[in-house]
Design a protein around this ligand. Structure first.
Ligand SMILES: *Cc1c(COP(=O)(O)O)cnc(C)c1O
Length: 231
């Protein structure tokens, strides 16, 4: 078994155990393998071990690897998740080549993705990225503006609003990790109570997946634990 395959198996077991400890079904948590900076060959290897959902942060890099995979392994049908900051000049490529975008954080981006989603594809699945760690607010909608953004995003027929995503600032203390994820979970519940048909909480990375799963993550986005450290 290759390192990637062994890592994948270990991560799957880890997720199942964390789910069990949270009294959740193991298949309630989906794994998106974050392959940014990894070569196409590593993705093919993971796919051959049964991992079909991949997360990428950079449009150009992702499209290049999609082409390489299509050449080298045309039999693979992968599900692509865009998880990085979305620049307005990249929305066309993202709308045409991805199945999900986790990082929609403003109306302009939602509108462009909706307008540019090709007609022959199903609606693009999106999550709204929320800034839950306050001060260094590079990405993510502020909580106060979340409902307005949700209303607009849900109004586009070419988008399907699935839920929320966040990247809390790194914390070593599991209780603090949980507190951040708990805030996202509460916003998600409030949106559902307001009538939004959501099913996705995208939260948890290599260092905080246990806390995220305990707080209800339905997708964890894991890179390092599968592909090794990035340089
Ligand atoms: C890189 C990245 C991940 C994966 O992080 P790891 O710590 O390597 O598991 C998850 N989500 C986002 C948005 C990322 O940019």
């Amino acid at each position: 078994m290759s390192i990637i395959q062994a890592n994948l198996q270990a991560v799957r077991e880890h997720i199942a155990l964390a789910a069990q400890q949270a009294a959740r079904m193991p298949d309630a948590v989906r794994l998106v393998a974050v392959s940014k900076t990894c070569p196409a060959q590593a993705i093919i290897e993971a796919a051959r071990a049964g991992q079909l959902a991949f997360g990428e942060n950079y449009e150009q890099e992702a499209l290049r690897k999609m082409r390489q995979i299509q050449e080298a392994a045309p039999e693979l049908h992968l599900e692509w998740h865009f998880i990085g900051p979305v620049q307005a000049n990249k929305t066309r490529g993202i709308a045409a080549h991805f199945d999900w975008v986790h990082s929609v954080d403003r109306e302009r981006i939602a509108r462009r993705l909706a307008e540019q989603r090709p007609d022959d594809l199903p609606p693009l699945n999106i999550c709204l990225q929320v800034n839950i760690s306050g001060e260094d607010s590079k990405s993510g909608v502020e909580e106060a503006a979340l409902f307005d953004l949700a209303r607009v995003a849900a109004s586009f027929p070419r988008l399907r609003l699935r839920g929320l995503m966040a990247i809390p600032e790194p914390q070593e203390d599991p209780e603090k990790q949980r507190a951040a994820f708990h805030r996202l979970r509460s916003m998600y519940e409030r949106l559902r109570e307001a009538g939004y048909d959501l099913d996705t909480l995208s939260m948890g990375m290599t260092e905080d997946m246990d806390a995220a799963i305990a707080e209800g993550a339905t997708i964890v986005r894991i890179g390092t634990a599968i592909f090794g450290a990035r340089n």
